[in-house]
Each structure stands twice: as C-alpha cells, then as structure tokens.
Design a protein around this ligand. Structure first.
Ligand SMILES: Cc1cc2nc3c(=O)[nH]c(=O)nc-3n(C[C@H](O)[C@H](O)[C@H](O)COP(=O)(O)OP(=O)(O)OC[C@H]3O[C@@H](n4cnc5c(N)ncnc54)[C@H](O)[C@@H]3O)c2cc1C
Length: 339
C-alpha cells in the first residue's frame, strides 16, 4: 500500500491548516463555552470546497477523493474536533443521498449541504436503539400518497441550527418475510409538517456542534422522499459505515496531532527543573527496583558477572547517584512543594 501523499493532498492539507488556524482557532473557546454553531465557518468551508470535496462536481462537490476529505477532517480536528464533527456528520447524509438518491433529490438536497448553504444530519439513533440500530421504533406508513412518520430520534448532530436542511432518517416500513423489521431511509427536510426538535442537548464533548432530539408526530412526507428502495435502509447505512469509521479515525488523528504539538510547545515555554528532578528520581529508583528483582529471580546466577542482570544492577545503582543523587532530587522537589 502506498502511504505517501500526492502534491494535491499536501496542498489540501496546507490550505485547510491555514483556514483552521486563522478562522477556527480564534473562536474555538467561545464555541465550546456557548455550545454554539459556527455559521460563518460553515459558509466559508462550503465556499472553499472542503465540505463537498469527495462528491461529484455536478452537485456542487469538488470531484476529489476520500483521502483528501480525511485530510480536511484531520486538519480541522487538529484545531477543533467539534467543528470537524459537523463536517463528518454532514458527510453521512451527503453520501447516502449521493449513493442512493435520484437526480432530483441530489439537486435539491445534496447540493446545499455540499456548498455550505445548509447542513445535513443523519437520524438513526433512538432512545432505545443505539448500537442495536435494527431495533428502531420510528414508523413510516404510506397513506393517501404520503408517508406518515411517527417516532423520535436522539443525539442528532447538526440538528436545530438555522441552516439545518435534510435529515436522512431511518424508519420501520413493514415486516420482512423472516419476521425482522423492514427499515427504509427517508429524506426529511426542516419545516416538514409534524417535524420538530426538542431541547438542545448539553454535552461534555463536541460542544461546538449542535445535538438535539427530533420528534415526528404524524409528520407528512411526499412519496418521493423515500431514499432508494423501500426496505433497503439498513443495507444503505451499512454500505457507508466503513467510510464513517475512517472519518472518525481522522478526527482522532487530528486530536492526537494537536495535543502533541500543544504539549511540546508548552514544555518548551516552561521551566521544567522540578519536573526534571521528578523524572530522574522516579525512573532511576524504578530501574533499581526492577534490577534488584531481576537478580532475586535469577538466584545465585544473578550475582555472576556473565549474567546481564548483574551488570544492570550495578548500572542502575550508578544512575541513582550521578547528576544529583536521589537525596538531592528529593530536596529540590520538596522545596518546590513547600513553596
Ligand atoms: C455527541 C454525539 C453525537 C451523535 N450524533 C449522532 C448522529 O448525528 N446521528 C445518530 O443517528 N446518532 C448519533 N449519535 C448516537 C451514537 O451513534 C450512539 O450514541 C451510539 O451508537 C451508541 O448508542 P447508545 O448511546 O444508545 O449506547 P448503547 O447502544 O446503549 O451502548 C451502551 C454501552 O453498551 C455497550 N453495548 C451495546 N450493545 C452491546 C453488545 N451487543 N455487546 C457488547 N456491548 C454492547 C456499548 O458498547 C456501550 O458501551 C451521537 C452520539 C453522541 C454522543
């Protein structure tokens, strides 16, 4: 497998990094504090082509690849993983509509969430169906040429904003021949009669992305808002699941990179005399303990010079003495504690 990045990918990384540091970093703390949604960032990310990067140009996408999009998520998450989570969550409905929608559905619902005029959501989880997605209770029934939807969803990222557009929801549409639930996906636009959201959920993570409960009470949806075939809902969701997991992995990588860089910068900025004493004292005494145990385990052979453990014992003892003996390190540390 070739792990090297093309020049194009490096350019994407560079431009997203510049954008994230210049535009997102200055408002990141405020977003976290207020659990806000960064409307302006979203608009700019759409205009710069970050949201739609791997999707077809005819629907407002960039015609790029998924490696490019993982770089976008990694770089945004390096600065603010909550903002990155909005991009990631937007890509799930985008992929489902792109892969299974009609041309009309793509023009109407995919394009706005790729160019940043709207934001999309995926509505799968329910109060009693999380890991066990096949256990959803929300139902959709065809009546007089419309789908009537009843039920609720919870933990839905990107919901409840002023620009929330399509929510791709999963609903039970019948029973399969084997007795299991038949599940279908629907495109549910904001403003559909009978569709509302509950309270904004307060979180300890992903605070700069919105999360709400969604309610459907005799929610009436035109027949052409079914996504793909009736009964193909779970299959559609599963076909996209590996992509979603890779994108979450990119968020993790971004957090890791950001944490590492911040820690190195912090360490360089701070005097670390006491920490140095702690590190020296702790590691040399632990080395001595281990070497002592190793000789014990070897018995008489542990005393013999040809056994490496005997040599390690002497070497470890030297470490407890040079560069300031353990007693000196303890004095430095206790002086700092008392101050
Ligand atoms: C910030 C945030 C944003 C989210 N955004 C969205 C979104 O946009 N759209 C959406 O649809 N959902 C969203 N979710 C929901 C998320 O996908 C679910 O939380 C997740 O699927 C887990 O489901 P659950 O919370 O019901 O936990 P549960 O499924 O109840 O799991 C609880 C615990 O039980 C364990 N467990 C469950 N089943 C098994 C098993 N069979 N074997 C062993 N252990 C098991 C789990 O590993 C976990 O540790 C979001 C969640 C959060 C926190």
């Amino acid at each position: 497998m070739n792990h090297s990045m093309s020049e194009q990918h490096e350019l994407i990384r560079e431009s997203v990094r510049r954008f994230a540091e210049k535009e997102i970093a200055p408002i990141s703390e405020e977003l976290w504090e207020e659990q806000g949604f960064a409307y302006d960032i979203w608009k700019q990310a759409g205009e710069l082509g970050f949201l739609g990067l791997p999707y077809p140009e005819q629907y407002g996408g960039g015609g790029g690849d998924w490696l490019g999009f993982t770089i976008v998520l990694e770089e945004v998450a390096r600065v603010d993983a909550a903002v990155a989570s909005s991009l990631m969550a937007n890509s799930t409905p985008a992929s489902l509509i792109n892969n299974f929608g009609t041309d009309a559905q793509k023009q109407r619902y995919l394009r706005p969430i790729l160019v940043g005029s709207q934001i999309g959501c995926i509505g799968l989880t329910e109060p009693n169906a999380g890991s066990d997605a096949a256990n959803i209770q929300t139902r959709a029934v065809m009546r007089d040429g419309q789908w009537i939807i009843n039920g609720s969803k919870t933990f839905i990222t990107n919901s409840g904003t002023d620009i929330t557009g399509p929510v791709v929801i999963a609903a039970v549409t019948g029973t399969r021949p084997d007795g299991r639930k038949e599940i279908s996906n629907f495109i549910l636009p904001s403003g559909t009669p009978g569709f509302s959201h509950g309270r904004k959920l307060r979180k300890i993570g992903w605070r700069g992305s919105t999360t709400y409960e969604l309610y459907f009470e005799d929610c009436r949806l035109p027949a052409d808002h079914l996504l793909g075939e009736q009964g193909a809902g779970l299959k559609q969701t599963l076909s996209n699941i590996s992509t979603g997991r890779i994108l979450i992995g990119a968020l993790g990588l971004g957090i890791l990179q950001g944490s590492l860089e911040r820690s190195v910068a912090y360490m360089k900025d701070q005097p670390c005399d006491v920490q140095a004493s702690m590190a020296k004292l702790f590691s040399t005494e632990k080395a001595m303990e281990a070497a002592h145990q190793a000789i014990q385990i070897h018995g008489g052979n542990g005393i013999m010079a040809e056994y490496p453990v005997s040599r390690a014992f002497g070497d470890a003892k030297v470490l407890e003495i040079v560069e300031g003996a353990s007693e000196i390190q303890r004095m430095i540390i206790s002086r700092d504690v008392l101050r």
